[in-house]
Design a binder for this molecule. Sequence first.
Ligand code: SAM
Ligand code: SF4
Length: 342
Amino acid sequence: MKDNYGRTIEYLRISVTDRCNQRCIHCMPEGGVALMEHGDILSYEEIGRVAAEAARLGVRKIRLTGGEPLVRPQLHRLVALLKETPGIETVVLTTNAVLLKDQLPDLLAAGLDGVNASLNAMDREAYRAFTGRDLFDPAMEGLQAALDTPDLKVKINCVPTIGREKQLIKLAGLARDTRASVRFIELMPIGMGGSLQGIEKDALLDLFQRSFGEPVRVPSTGSGTAAAEFETGTEHVEVPHSIAGPAEYVRFPGFLSDIGFISAVSHRFCEDCNRIRLTADGKLKSCLAFPAGEDVKEILRNGGSQQDISDAIVRCIQKKPEHHQFGLAKTEEDRLMSQIGG
Ligand code: SAM
Ligand code: SF4
């Protein structure tokens, strides 16, 4: 389905929980947040009903996120349900990877197509300082398990912040040593992000050049990474490089994969936005930076029909704003990334 600005909506991000086993400094306060009641969280079957209508309206790809999606029991059941939904072609996961190793076999059996692992430090102590938890080893084991799975798409996402340059260089080195591209995603003024200072693309590139030499820009076509598929942690875009705008991919000499710089805040690429979101408590959102649009939980729990769900999705898409307002005005969204489903 197209929205009012001619954008085709074919991507649904589903937050399955607002809970998390970490407390990353850019995302959640150490003291945690007021959590949703269990009864307020959509069941897998309820999510499946929404996904079925979204697919009928043209959604082809689903990303599961949170909070930390793997803390929700038996996530593989949801993956299987979504993969069986007519029209849904791809189901991927954004995770901190801490619980991934154990769950990966079930997720793969259910048909999971890809994993974006969020990683912001490469040393145990730096990892603990960033995430508030001493879970570096299981996170790396989860990432390694994903990398060891031949047909699974794997990407690494990092949000660069001032003062952590040594870690950022080490993280960039993962693109030298593994098949995963490493994407540096601009800090957003959401949740705890507002209290930190991010690092802009040019400064990062400069930092990496000093360690890795002169990179080449990844050409717009003809390489193994011909399509730019990038996720800001909150925004996800899949477009050819030729129109990828602010997403810049480079490859350093001797590297196995690319490094991406994604500047969703400073370079709005809303004109290519192809997604809507479903929060764990059943709110459909047309844009990360705007308040929830439609309450599908109300519909689901008050005897609503599939047509009622479809109508709500259509209303949500029709309300999709032309662009976000980060940096221009105070965002209307006051929930944390972990509550919206980053
Ligand atoms: N827990 C999972 C994870 O960390 O991948 C999934 C949810 S998390 C909210 C999704 C992504 O949002 C992560 O990559 C995280 O770094 C990113 N994120 C959280 N707060 C952010 C902020 N203020 N600006 C940019 N990205 C942010
Ligand atoms: Fe949890 Fe992901 Fe937020 Fe870190 S970024 S606190 S892992 S939801």
